[in-house]
Design a protein around this ligand. Structure first.
Ligand code: DX5
Ligand code: ZN
Length: 217
């Protein structure tokens, strides 16, 4: 399988969101990554279902919605209605992890769990055969443009091992500080999806940036 590229629109210019999305679509993006932040789980605020719905009307690409919010289960229904295809929530933010996975899946969306850098990956072991995606954070969630943390790469290797051992089918995604220098390490460790905001949207040639990441596997 080739590597999937999921540009995060957090670094797009929201005053011209339509052309920003067309740009990465034209350059071969596989998904669009949407960072939802509530100012509580993370010290930053972004957007909610209204913008997800707008992006859904602008693009046919799968929408990879990353919820950095407390009590994510409460909002699943609204994000699915807005067009989310993948809904990833943080294990640190939800008491009923199993119930939230089932809730997402019962709405027909794919369910993902994310782990912040300080969180041990082993916490997600009970859910491995029930999830569609694991999002390994390689920066502390909250902002784009931060420095990649290579110390999270053993989590990716653990996920690859556990997938073999358990026969699970989840995709492994990595998010934070991904660029042409850091992505090779992540791909080497075994990721399937590369999320990237500032590297892609900040490149003078976005097609070249996406091509560089996509050619890594
Ligand atoms: C951070 C977000 C990331 C962010 C990535 O909390 O989850 O998706 O947009 O930004 P870059 O690629 O610039 O690190
Ligand atoms: Zn994200």
């Amino acid at each position: 399988m080739s590597i999937l590229i999921s540009p995060s629109i957090l670094s797009a210019d929201f005053a011209k969101l339509e052309s920003e999305i067309r740009d990465v679509e034209r350059c071969g993006a596989d998904w669009l990554h949407l960072d939802v932040m509530d100012g509580v789980f993370v010290p930053n605020l972004t957007f909610g279902p209204v913008i997800v719905d707008a992006v859904n009307r602008l693009s046919d690409l799968p929408l990879d919605v990353h919820l950095m919010i407390v009590d994510p289960a409460r909002y699943v229904d609204r994000f699915v209605k807005a067009g989310a295809d993948w809904i990833t929530f943080h294990i640190e933010a939800e008491k009923d992890v199993e119930g939230t996975i089932e809730l997402i899946r019962s709405h027909g969306a794919k369910a993902g769990i994310s782990v912040s850098p300080p969180t041990p990956i082993e916490l997600i072991e009970p859910y491995l055969t029930r999830i569609d995606l694991v999002l390994v954070m390689s920066v502390n969630p909250g902002f784009s443009g931060q420095k990649f943390m290579p110390e999270v790469l053993p989590k990716v290797r653990w996920l690859v091992e556990m997938r073999k051992k358990t026969g699970a089918h989840y995709l492994i995604s990595i998010d934070g500080g991904i660029n042409d220098r850091t992505a090779p390490m992540a791909v080497d460790a075994g990721v399937d999806v590369l999320v990237s905001a500032s590297y892609i949207f900040g490149s003078a040639d976005r097609c070249e940036a996406i091509r560089k990441l996509a050619s890594l596997k």
